[in-house]
Design a protein around this ligand. Structure first.
Ligand code: HSE
Length: 435
């Protein structure tokens, strides 16, 4: 019987779900899988706080370092979030000979080099399945099930909150704020929800995916990131008229001269498999050179799915400890060389452009002339009925164009008196082929 002694740092929604899961399933793990997990200590900010989950008082400690230093503990589960304290706790835990399980994508995206190198050097396991895609076994699939493959592309919905908001706006016509409040109530959103709606949470997860799918170090700041806070209901409606849905996608594609890695609102054909991933669900759609397309789908946020992935990591550690295998393979793949992430201005894409324009003769001709001057060709147009007293929306879809040209053209168009407000630019992806 393998006994794994676990120290928990943080006891919020995920920690509570993990504790409850262990309470109810430990005999199954023990009897059928030969492992017993013991939550030995739990570090909390306020030991006196009233909690929904009942825990024996002696387990609670105020001082995380005391738990990290406890020689009886094998694994530290870091669930404190943020990057400052979490970074020092994780490094300290590795140095004091503990394995680490963390759900902290911000930490791994921003300090991954330091943390993965430390784990490698100290020959300790660092497991982070729950950091990407909640309960979906994404890292395990990359590490084990897809090991035979070179990954060519990843298209992923990896922020449950944004997907929930866009789905509510699409299906029920709900207002942005109302949908966000609901996502927060369900426990999907980050403590600071701007990380969700500005695409930062998805970019953190993409940084981890890129590191281990394409094999190399990634600078977080090289990942282009744009969230959904500027998406209006009218954009969702116009996209629908053209046969598209708006999704927040994390995209990574390998090419000869580097890797495209970006998070952006995207128009996806409504029949595309990812266009039909709704609510807080996540999906990672990737293409391997041997296997072809793979779709990993499931609950990407929420306490129980996340705790389910934390538990999978604990089980992995227990099993690896039993066979005493070395900490090499995947970590080495993510830290040996540096990946070249291409600048956003060099990408080629189709675009949805929405302008609010004064309704008078020559406006459409003028805008298309500016686009033409910047080598941008139009594939489709919607111009709403006349409204002589105010502005009207003018929607243009383009053929493939260079991002640099689109930015220059929009800057020029937005300066014209016929255009009111800031124009909307959403990239269209047809390339995420499902066949
Ligand atoms: N805030 C995240 C989301 C939670 O909405 O997907 C899981 O990382």
């Amino acid at each position: 019987m393998k006994i794994l002694k676990v120290g928990l740092l943080g006891f919020g929604q995920i920690g509570s779900a993990l504790y409850t899961m262990l309470q109810s399933k430990n005999s199954y793990f023990k009897n059928e899988l030969g492992v017993r997990f013991e939550i030995t200590r739990i570090a909390v900010l306020n030991p006196k706080k009233k909690r929904t989950v009942k825990i024996p008082k002696h387990l609670l400690a105020k001082n995380a370092v005391e738990i990290i230093d406890d020689p009886a503990i094998d694994v530290i589960v870091e669930l404190v979030g943020g990057t400052r304290d979490a970074r020092s706790f994780v490094l300290k835990a590795l140095r004091s000979g503990k394995h680490v399980v963390t759900a902290n994508k911000a930490l791994l995206a921003e300090h991954g080099d330091e943390i993965f190198h430390a784990a490698q050097r100290l020959n300790r396991w660092i497991c982070f399945e729950s950091s990407v895609g909640g309960g979906i076994p994404v890292m395990k699939s990359l590490r084990e099930g897809l090991v035979a493959n070179r990954i060519d592309s990843i298209y992923a919905i990896i922020n449950g909150t944004s997907n929930y908001i866009l789905s509510e706006m699409t299906e029920k016509g709900t207002d942005f704020r109302e949908a966000l409040a609901e996502a927060q109530k369900e426990g999907y959103a980050e403590a600071d929800p701007t990380l969700d709606i500005e695409g930062v949470d998805a970019a953190h997860k993409l940084a981890i995916l890129v590191r281990f799918a394409f094999g190399g170090k990634v600078k977080f700041k090289d990942i282009y990131c744009e969230g959904i806070s500027r998406i209006r209901k009218e954009d969702i409606d116009f996209a629908e008229e053209f046969g598209y849905r708006v999704k927040l996608l994390a995209i990574a594609k390998a090419s000869q001269d580097g890797i495209e890695a970006r998070v952006q609102p995207t128009l996806l054909p409504e029949a595309h498999i990812l266009a039909n991933v709704t609510g807080a669900y996540n999906a990672v759609f990737l293409r391997g050179d041997e296997v072809g397309n793979v779709l990993l789908y499931g609950r990407g946020a929420g306490p129980k799915p996340t705790a389910s992935a934390v538990l999978a990591d604990l089980m992995d550690i227990a099993q690896r400890e039993s066979v005493r295998s070395e900490n090499s393979g995947m970590l080495m793949r993510g830290i040996r060389k540096s990946l070249r992430i291409k600048s956003i201005s060099s990408i080629l894409s189709r675009y949805y452009l929405r302008f609010h324009v004064v309704d008078k003769p020559g406006v459409l001709a003028h805008i298309s002339r500016v686009l033409g001057k910047h080598r941008i060709s139009i594939s489709d147009v919607i111009q709403r009925e006349r409204n002589l007293r105010s502005v009207v929306p003018l929607i243009l879809l383009t053929h493939d164009a260079h991002e640099k040209d689109v930015r220059n053209a929009i800057r020029e168009i937005d300066r014209q008196a016929i255009v009111r407000g800031k124009s909307q630019v959403i990239r269209i992806e047809e390339g995420a082929k499902t066949s």
